[in-house]
Write a protein that binds this ligand. Structure first.
Ligand code: BG6
Length: 507
């Protein structure tokens, strides 16, 4: 039976062997293990969870478990503000750690997969999840070998699932090839393509707010909405990821996945039910409705930026080309701004402007929905010359919440207006436990709920919309500089100014 988000109360996940490929990598240490610990804290994992690290380095089971404990302690301490020695509850960690083990093996060696089969046989449950937290070049290799070893045979008695991390392909052709490879050895219902943005409460809340408050539907269309801006601004640079980032860049790293997921949440039609198929179907449909620009149009509707030396909070910061493992003449973009159009009944004529960048002035992921002005200028003969645009701001992080802009009369004898806010901040209503964002996604995978995972068509539609930008930039490789600590190149402002619009202030 498929689980679904319509479940009333979350039960502990069924006994499962969870294989973590790339067990020594950052993702496992910094996010997956702390997330598993948080799930244990919340009573969502039973004692039947076996965690098996898989990687090529040699390490004993005990040392591997200890290493995971040390990292989890440091991460939970950093997120909760507790001292490291108090960050983990030892009884809870003990319940998780008693079933941690390790398989040393090469991902390309068949013997590794024989050892995995033996682990499943010894675990007392046939259920298994294979989590590919590896470099992307291993995705299809590992999956092919899992299939060949007979480890992907799914049955009502024992599920077999594979979690695939991003990046899922590097363009349309590679994403299609990877999907083809996965679907050769298992069915779509066994594949969990992860996008950690969908694990964020505020992202899930977009659907709940839109579809549980009748009010929203009344103005959620091109009659009332002028345009939509989706921003993911980061203050961090490329950190230690220079060699990955050099051939990835901001477009591939953020747009077809994270930003398009936000776009889909805002723009999709109401699903007929809140089940995985209905929700994923509507998301894939709306991403598929993004107008395919010609290469010329893509060039005109995009801006590529790269940060140069600058400063933030009084601290001098190097330019991208001075970062480790980055070429001194690199043209990789660390910032991108795009205009896309959605060709459907609801959104025709409403531009969606997307921007994301590293080393910007603030960390802020938000969706700003800009409303059309009131239709009739009854304030013409007053001191109000022009009505300011008003927005619904959905803040994904930090300071999660939603704010409506309203125009209000400034007190006094003259008719003067100002923008005021009507808002809801998560922290005022809910006590939020520290989390990594991976908790929901891991739990959903263990319980068989695919709602928050991307289906093959969604991924391919995303790449199809991004491909013209990639094609345009292959010819025109120039990047526009912006100073670290500023909000992208001037050309990004011009992209909106051309349409008589401005970027929503990042605060
Ligand atoms: C990752 C990207 O997927 O998302 C990173 O590879 C980026 O480059 C990160 O920094 C942003 O995630 P978040 O949750 O901090 O917005």
């Amino acid at each position: 039976m498929n689980a679904s988000r319509t479940r009333r109360k979350a039960e502990p996940a069924p006994p499962t062997t969870l294989f973590l490929f790339g067990a020594h990598g950052d993702l496992v240490k910094r996010l997956l293990m702390p997330a598993l610990y948080n799930l244990m804290r919340d009573g969502l994992l039973g004692d039947g969870l076996h965690i098996v690290g898989v990687d090529h380095n040699a390490i004993s089971d005990v040392d591997f478990a200890k290493k995971l404990e040390d990292f989890s302690r440091a991460e939970v301490a950093a997120k909760s503000g507790k001292k490291a020695e108090e960050a983990l509850d030892s009884a809870l960690w003990g319940r998780l750690a008693k079933n941690i083990s390790y398989v040393q093996g090469d991902f390309l060696d068949e013997a590794t997969y024989v050892a995995l089969g033996e682990k499943i046989a010894a675990s007392g449950t046939g259920n298994a999840v294979f989590y590919l937290a590896t470099a992307p070049r291993f995705f299809s290799e590992v999956v092919r070998r899992l299939g060949a070893a007979g480890l992907l045979v799914d049955s009502p008695e024992a599920f077999r699932r594979v979690v695939v991390e991003k990046p899922f392909g590097s363009d349309l052709a590679t994403a299609e090839a990877l999907n083809g490879c996965l679907l050769k050895v298992m069915s779509e219902k066994q594949i969990y393509r992860i996008d950690h943005y969908l694990g964020k409460e505020t992202v899930q809340n977009i659907l709940v707010s839109r579809f549980s408050n009748g009010l929203f539907e009344a103005f959620w269309n091109n009659h009332y909405i002028d345009h939509v801006q989706i921003t993911a601004a980061e203050t961090v640079g490329v950190e230690t990821r220079g060699s990955f980032y050099e051939h990835t860049g901001a477009l591939r790293d953020m747009v077809p996945n994270h930003l398009f997921q936000l776009l889909a949440m805002v723009a999709m039609e109401p699903p007929a039910a809140f089940g995985a198929d209905a929700v994923r179907g509507e998301k894939a449909k709306v991403v598929g409705a993004i107008r395919p620009w010609s290469v010329e149009e893509a060039r005109a509707n995009s801006v590529r930026g790269q940060y140069c030396a600058g400063e933030l909070g009084g601290k001098a910061l190097p330019g991208y080309r001075e970062e480790n493992n980055v070429a001194a003449d690199s043209n990789t973009e660390t910032y991108v701004a795009l205009k896309v159009m959605i060709d459907n009944w609801r959104w025709v004529g409403v531009p969606f402007y997307l921007r994301t960048g590293k080393r910007m002035s603030v960390r802020n992921t938000e969706i700003a929905i800009c409303f059309k002005p009131a239709p009739y200028a009854q304030f013409r003969d007053t001191e109000v010359e022009r009505l300011q645009p008003t927005y619904l701001k959905i803040q994904i992080q930090p300071n999660e919440g939603m704010w409506f802009d309203l125009l209000a009369k400034r007190p006094g004898p003259a008719l003067a207006m100002t923008n005021v806010e009507l808002g809801f901040a998560y922290r005022d209503f809910f006590e939020m436990q520290p989390s990594t964002g991976y908790e929901t996604l891991i739990y959903d995978c263990l319980t068989g709920d695919q709602t928050l995972f991307q289906r093959a068509d969604n991924i391919e539609n995303g790449w199809r919309a991004v491909q013209p930008f990639l094609d345009a930039w292959r010819v025109d490789t120039q990047v526009q500089g912006y100073k670290a600590g500023e909000n992208g190149p001037q050309a990004a402002d011009e992209l909106l100014a051309r349409d008589g619009r401005v970027w929503h202030s990042l605060g």
